[in-house]
Design a protein around this ligand. Structure first.
Ligand code: PEP
Ligand code: MG
Length: 950
C-alpha cells in the first residue's frame, strides 16, 4: 500500500514537454531525499526502453534495475499537471507518479496503484484534485484485501463423519494458516452449515478474521447429503466477487462437480475459468517480475490473439483477469518464479495459449535466464539447522524428558541427517516421474526387508504403516502434479510430503499429529534414494545414539545389542522415539534440545533414563559413581523383587500400600505376581479404546471381572471412570476441535455430556465387583458440584445393583480441587492424586511438550503444597489419599510423598517391588522432616538438588 503525506504530492504543475515533466519528477525524488542525482538520468533511460504510461492519464516513471544504487529510500512522488503533457508515445498525461524503489517493492506500489486506477472516474478526479489531501485519499484508499483461496485452503478428502466436522476442519485450517484466530473457529463451531444447494454447504464468520479467506473441505469417504463445506472468513468485501463466482457455478449446475475434481481444477473453476477452457502454465522468468514493461508486452501479445485470454497466478488468491488489460495484469503482482495460468476457450485456443506461454518464456522483451537451468542446487527445506549451536558443557547434567528407564555409560554416536541437495526445477517431466516411481519402488523394497528383520511388535507395526504410506497413491499423484508444474522429482515429492505432513500436524489430536513425523520419515527415505545420500554408519562398539528425533525406521535399523541408550533433541513422552525405546528396553532421554546435536561422536556420556538427564564427558568421579549405581541398581532390582510380596512398612512401623496402575485388565494377574497390593488406578479408557464402538454392558463386565478375579477377594480395584478428551482421543467419541484440548471437554466434563455411557460403565463395574472391594473415582473433577453430579449416577445404579464394598472418590488433578479439598473431603471416601495432570495445570506446562515437559516436575514445591493441602483435608475427615501419577514411582519423590502423609502409592507394575523396597528404607519421622524442608524451597531444581545431596 502507498504511504503518502502532504509532502509527497505537488499540484498544479506545468511542463513545457514530457522531458521537462520527467525532469521535475526526478528532481522531486532527489529533493525528498529518496534518490541521488544519478537516478534522474535513470528515469530517462527507462523511458527510452519503453513508455511508463499506464493508462487513464497516468505515467509512472521509475529507474532501470541497475540504477538502484541511486535509491536512498523507497518512496513515491505525485506530480499533477492539470493541463496535461504529451508523453513521448503520444499519450496525454495529467498525473506523474514517480517511483524510487530499492528492490521489487515497486511491484507492490504498482499493484496498489492499479487497484486504485481501476475504479471508474478516479483518474479524472486525480487530475482535477484541488488539494493534496484529496489526492492522498484517492491514492491511499487500500483495495479490499484479497481473499485467500489456494491449495492451502482446500482440504480434499477429509475423513469426516458429517458436515460439522468438515466445517470444523476447514475453519481449523484457516486458523492454522494465520487467516483467523480461535474466536473464528469457536464461532464456526456454533453454527449449523447453511445449504448452498447441490450438496454444498457454507459456514461463515467475521469474528477473529485477520485475512479474508475461503476454505473448502470435501469428505472421504463420501457422505450422503454433503459433497463439501465452504468456510468463509470475512473481512471487508473482498470476498464478494469470489462468492459471486461460486453462486454463478451453482446456477450453472456445476457445484457438486467441485467436490469431484482436483484442487487445481477447483481453483480454476472458482477463479472464473470456464470448465471448458483450455489452460497453459508458465513460470515468470523476469528478474523483477511482471513490472510495467513486460506486462505491457504480455498485453500486446494477448491482444494479437483472436480469442479472449485470461490469466491468473496459480498460487494466488485472485481471480483470472483479462490478459489484455494492463492494469489488471500489473495488478497480479507476479514475481519471478511464480506460475501464471493462461486460459482460453474455443477454436484456436491451444495456439493462442502457446503464443502466450512462448512470449513469457522468451522474457516479454527482457533478457531472461530460464528457471530450469539457473535454479541453484539448494538444500532441501527438511534440512535441520543445528550447525551453529554450542554443545552442552562437559561434566554437567542436562535435564530433559525421561522416556525409558535404566542407565548407560558409553561413547556417543551423533547421527545427523544427510544434507539432501537437489535441483528445485527440471524440464524432463516424464524422466522425473520415472525417477520418482523407481525411488518409491526401492523405498518400498527397503521397508519390506526392514519389516522382515524387525524385532516385531510395535516396530514392525510402525514400519508396516510406513509401507502403506510410501505406496499411497494420493501422495504420488500430488508429487506428479508438482512435477508437471516444473518441479524436479525430489522437490515435487517433498512438496507432497510436506503438504500432507502439515495437514496432519494441524490435527488437534496429538497422537495423530505425531504421525506427521512418520510421513517425513517416509519422505526422507525416498528423498535419500533420489539424491543418492548415504546414511552415516554407526560404529562397531556399543554406543549411545544421539539424533534429532528417532524415526521408526531408524530404530528398526539399529543393532540393539550395540545401542546402550537413546538421546533425542526433539520428541515428548508420547513420541514414537519414546514408545520404541520403551518397547526395546533401551534407556532413553528425549526432548533434550538442539544443543545435543552439536555434541561430538566418540565422547563419553552418562545417560540416566530414570531421572531424564545426561552428562557429557563426565569426570572420572561421576563416571565411577554412575557405574556404581548401575551395579547397585541391578542388585537393588534383584533384592526388591525377592521381597515383593512383603508389606511396604517404614522402619518406624508406618505402612504404605503399594498398588499397580493398569490400562489392560488382562495384566492384573501379572501385577499381583509383581507384588501389587491392589490396582490403584485402572485407566478404563483403554478398555474403551480397544473396541471400535463403546463396549456394551456385558463386554465391560467381562473385562472388569478379569481384573477382579486376578486380585482375589481382598485386594482393591480403584477404577477411574472413562477419561477421554485432551490427550486421550476416542475415535467413536469425537470431540470438536478445540484450541486448548487440555483445557476443554475432557475427563468427567465430557463423560457427563453422555451420562448413559457413564451409567453403563458404573453398572458394569458394580456388577463385576459383587462383594469384592471396588473403589470408583472420577477424573478431572474441578469442584464438589462436579463430584455430586457424577456421584448421583453411582447412587442411582447402586439402588439396582448389589455391591457391598464400594467407595467413591475423586482424582485430584486440577489445582482448584486441591485448594478446595476441605470442601470435598466430607463427601468423598478417598482422594487419588494424579500428579501428571496436577503438575501440568499447576505449572502451566503441557505434559507432552517436547521442549518444556522436562520442567513439568511433580517435585515442584507448588505441587507439593497442593499435595499437602489435599492430604491434610482428607485426614481431617478420616479419608485416605493415594498418588497415582508418575511421581509415585520416582525414587527421589517417595520419601517426600510418605512424609506428606500419602497413604497409598500406585505405580507401573514393574516398579511395585522397587517402590516397596524404597519405602522400607525410610522412617516416617525423617520423611516428615524432609517433606517440610522441601515445601519451603522455591523451585523443583532446588528440591531435586536438596534430595540429591542427602
Ligand atoms: C495423572 O494425571 O496423574 C493420572 C494418573 O492420569 P493420566 O496420566 O491417565 O492422565
Ligand atoms: Mg490425569
Amino acid at each position: 500500500m502507498l504511504t503518502l503525506t502532504q509532502d509527497s504530492v505537488s499540484l498544479g504543475r506545468t511542463a513545457s514537454d514530457w522531458r521537462d515533466a520527467l525532469d521535475q519528477a526526478g528532481q522531486s525524488l532527489c529533493e525528498a531525499g529518496l534518490a541521488e542525482d544519478g537516478y534522474r538520468q535513470a528515469l530517462f533511460d527507462r523511458e527510452s526502453q519503453s513508455s511508463t504510461f499506464l493508462g487513464n492519464g497516468i505515467a509512472i516513471p521509475h529507474g532501470t534495475p541497475d540504477s538502484r544504487q541511486f535509491v536512498k529510500k523507497t518512496g513515491v512522488r505525485v506530480l499533477q499537471f492539470p493541463d496535461g503533457v504529451t508523453w513521448h508515445d503520444g499519450a496525454h498525461v495529467t498525473l506523474v507518479i514517480t517511483i524510487a524503489a530499492q528492490s521489487d517493492e515497486h511491484l507492490d506500489i504498482l499493484r496498489a496503484l492499479t487497484h486504485v486506477l481501476d475504479r471508474d472516474g478516479v483518474a479524472d478526479q486525480l487530475s482535477r484534485a484541488g488539494n493534496a489531501e484529496e489526492v492522498i485519499n484517492l491514492l491511499s484508499r487500500s483495495p479490499a484485501p484479497p481473499t485467500k483461496l489456494d491449495e492451502e485452503t482446500l482440504m480434499v478428502g477429509v475423513p469426516a463423519r458429517d458436515r460439522l466436522e468438515l466445517a470444523t476442519a476447514a475453519a481449523a485450517r484457516l486458523r492454522q494458516l494465520g487467516c483467523a484466530d480461535e474466536m473464528f473457529v469457536t464461532d464456526i463451531l456454533d453454527q449449523t452449515p447453511v445449504s448452498l444447494g447441490q450438496k454444498l454447504w457454507l459456514v461463515r464468520s467475521r469474528h477473529g478474521v485477520k485475512q479474508p479467506a475461503l476454505g473448502f473441505a470435501t469428505p472421504q469417504p463420501a457422505l450422503n447429503e454433503t459433497a463439501g463445506v465452504f468456510c468463509l472468513a470475512e473481512l471487508g468485501d473482498g470476498h464478494v466477487s469470489l462468492m459471486e463466482r461460486l453462486i454463478g457455478l451453482l446456477e450453472d449446475g456445476k457445484g457438486e462437480e467441485l467436490a469431484r475434481v482436483s484442487p487445481q481444477q477447483i481453483l480454476a473453476r472458482l477463479s472464473g475459468e470456464s470448465s471448458d477452457a483450455e489452460t497453459a502454465k508458465v513460470r515468470v522468468r523476469n528478474a523483477h517480475g511482471l513490472h510495467a514493461r513486460p506486462a505491457k508486452q504480455l498485453v500486446q501479445v494477448a491482444r494479437e490473439q483472436a480469442l479472449d485470454i485470461k490469466v491468473r497466478l496459480m498460487e494466488g488468491e485472485q481471480p483470472a483477469v483479462s490478459a489484455t488489460s494492463l492494469t489488471k495484469v500489473i495488478g497480479l503482482g507476479a514475481r519471478r518464479g511464480q506460475m501464471l495460468v493462461f486460459s482460453a476457450q474455443g477454436q484456436g485456443a491451444s495456439a493462442a495459449l502457446e503464443a502466450m506461454v512462448n512470449a513469457v518464456r522468451d522474457g516479454l522483451g527482457e533478457v531472461v535466464t530460464p528457471l530450469d537451468d539457473t535454479a541453484a542446487a539448494r538444500p532441501s527445506r527438511n534440512k535441520t539447522k543445528y550447525t551453529q549451536v554450542e554443545p552442552p558443557a562437559a561434566d554437567t547434567a542436562l535435564v530433559a524428558v525421561s522416556a525409558s528407564p535404566g542407565m548407560a555409560i558409553a561413547p556417543l554416536f551423533v547421527m545427523r541427517l544427510p544434507d539432501f541437495k537437489y535441483e528445485e526445477y527440471a524440464s524432463d517431466q516424464a524422466g522425473e516421474r520415472a525417477r520418482l516411481e523407481t525411488a518409491i519402488g526401492q523405498a518400498h523394497h527397503q521397508l519390506e526387508t526392514l519389516i522382515d528383520q524387525a524385532p516385531g511388535g510395535e516396530v514392525a507395526e510402525i514400519l508396516s504403516m510406513h509401507e502403506e504410506m510410501v505406496q499411497d497413491p494420493e501422495l504420488k499423484e500430488a508429487a506428479f502434479e508438482a512435477i508437471s508444474e516444473g518441479l524436479s522429482a525430489e522437490a515435487g515429492w517433498w512438496k507432497a510430503i510436506d503438504t500432507s505432513a502439515r495437514a496432519q500436524e494441524a490435527l488437534a489430536d496429538r497422537l495423530l499429529a505425531e504421525r506427521a513425523a512418520d510421513l517425513r520419515d517416509v519422505g526422507r527415505r525416498v528423498l535419500g534414494i533420489l539424491c543418492g545420500a548415504e546414511m552415516p554408519q554407526p560404529p562397531e562398539h556399543p554406543y549411545i545414539l544421539v539424533m534429532e528425533d528417532v524415526g521408526p525406521s531408524d530404530v528398526a535399523q539399529l543393532d540393539t545389542s550395540k545401542v546402550k541408550g537413546l538421546l533425542t533433541a526433539k520428541g515428548g513422552a508420547t513420541s514414537h522415539s519414546a514408545i520404541l525405546a520403551r518397547a526395546l528396553g533401551i534407556p532413553a532421554v528425549v526432548g533434550a534440545g538442539d544443543t545435543v546435536l552439536a555434541l561430538k561422536s566418540g565422547i563419553e556420556m552418562i545417560l540416566d533414563g530414570e531421572r531424564g538427564r545426561v552428562i557429557p564427558e563426565p569426570s572420572q568421579e561421576r563416571r565411577d559413581r554412575a557405574e556404581l549405581s548401575i551395579k547397585e541398581r541391578e542388585q537393588r532390582v534383584k533384592e526388591a523383587f525377592d521381597a515383593r510380596f512383603e508389606d511396604a512398612t517404614t522402619q518406624d512401623g508406618h505402612r504404605i500400600e503399594v498398588c499397580a496402575n493398569l490400562g489392560n485388565t488382562a495384566h492384573a494377574a501379572d501385577a499381583v505376581e509383581r507384588g501389587a497390593e491392589g490396582v490403584g488406578l485402572l485407566r478404563t479408557e483403554f478398555v474403551f479404546m480397544a473396541h471400535p464402538d463403546a463396549p456394551d454392558l456385558e463386554t465391560q463386565i467381562s473385562e472388569y471381572s478379569e481384573a477382579f478375579d486376578a486380585l482375589g477377594t481382598t485386594r482393591p480395584l480403584v477404577a477411574r471412570t472413562l477419561d477421554v478428551g485432551g490427550d486421550k482421543p476416542l475415535d467413536y467419541w469425537p470431540v470438536p476441535q478445540e484450541d486448548n484440548p487440555f483445557l476443554g471437554l475432557r475427563g468427567i466434563r465430557l463423560a457427563l455430556t453422555k451420562p448413559d455411557i457413564l451409567e453403563t460403565q458404573i453398572r458394569a463395574l458394580l456388577m463385576a465387583a459383587g462383594d469384592r472391594p471396588l473403589r470408583i473415582m472420577f477424573p478431572m473433577v474441578k469442584d464438589v458440584a462436579e463430584f455430586h453430579a457424577a456421584k448421583a449416577i453411582v447412587d442411582r445404579v447402586r439402588e439396582d445393583v448389589q455391591a457391598s464394598d464400594v467407595q467413591v472418590g475423586v482424582m485430584i488433578e486440577i489445582p482448584s480441587c486441591a485448594l478446595l479439598a476441605p470442601s470435598l473431603a466430607p463427601h468423598v471416601d478417598f482422594f487419588s492424586i494424579g500428579t501428571n495432570d496436577l503438575t501440568q495445570y499447576t505449572l502451566a506446562i503441557d505434559r507432552g511438550h517436547s521442549q518444556l515437559s522436562s520442567q513439568a516436575d511433580g517435585l515442584h514445591p507448588a505441587v507439593l503444597r497442593l499435595i499437602k493441602m489435599t492430604v491434610d483435608a482428607a485426614h481431617a475427615e478420616g479419608r485416605w489419599v493415594g498418588v497415582c501419577g508418575e511421581l509415585a514411582s520416582d525414587a527421589q519423590a517417595v520419601p517426600v510423598l510418605v512424609g506428606l502423609g500419602v497413604d497409598e502409592l500406585s505405580v507401573a507394575a514393574r516398579q511395585v517391588a522397587l517402590v516397596k523396597s524404597r519405602v522400607r528404607e525410610l522412617t516416617l519421622a525423617d520423611s516428615k522432616t524432609l517433606a517440610n524442608q522441601m515445601l519451603a524451597l522455591p523451585t523443583s531444581t532446588a528440591v531435586r538438588d536438596a534430595l540429591e545431596a542427602l
